[in-house]
Structure formats: structure tokens, C-alpha cells
Design a protein around this ligand. Structure first.
Ligand SMILES: [Zn+2]
Length: 102
């Protein structure tokens, strides 16, 4: 059975009982000569991305290179989805260390 926990609060998300939300983040160096198009984000790249993720998990991906595109994927519970959408970059958290919802 799939066991998923929220990457923000660590709460267990039970499939079928609670909606799970996936956040995908891509960080890359902007390149003016070859702007990303919708097509670049299409399914052709899914395999590439999953390979990158796999390599990263194995510790094989090159690190410390600022030009490398970084993909991140997070599972969120409904409460953390709200929190994330409200402040995706964690700016509030930086300004107010005691920030907490609920
Ligand atoms: Zn959560």
C-alpha cells in the first residue's frame, strides 16, 4: 500500500480518505537565447525529468553547478497546500519565525 506523508508537516496522507497535492518545482538559469516554451514542458521531458530525479536520489547528479536545472517534487496535505499557495517562497516564514497556522 502506498504510504505518503506530507512533505511540509509530516502528516500521513491516506489515499482515498484525503486529497493529496503534488507540488513540482523547477529551478533553472534563465537563458535568453532559448526561452522555454510550452512544448518544453510537455510529456517528452517526463522521462528526462524522472531520470534526473532518479540520479539525484542515488547521489549521481552533478551538484554545485548553478546552471543545472533542479527539479523538486513534494507531496502536500490539504492544509499545507493552502499554506504553500499563500506563501510559495516562504517569505512570511522568513519575516515571522513564529508563523504558524491553526
Ligand atoms: Zn501537511
Amino acid at each position: 500500500m502506498l504510504h505518503v506523508t506530507c512533505d511540509l508537516c509530516g502528516k500521513e496522507i491516506r489515499p482515498g480518505e484525503e486529497q493529496r497535492y503534488v507540488v513540482k518545482i523547477e529551478v533553472f538559469a534563465a537563458n535568453e537565447t532559448t526561452p522555454l516554451t510550452e512544448e518544453d514542458l510537455d510529456e517528452d521531458h517526463l522521462e528526462e525529468i524522472s531520470q534526473l530525479l532518479a540520479a539525484e536520489e542515488c547521489g549521481l547528479a552533478p551538484s554545485g553547478e548553478d546552471s543545472t536545472t533542479v527539479f523538486r517534487r513534494y507531496d502536500l496535505c490539504p492544509a499545507c497546500r493552502k499554506r504553500f499557495l499563500k506563501d510559495p517562497l516562504g517569505r512570511e516564514a522568513h519575516l515571522n519565525l513564529s508563523f504558524s497556522e491553526n
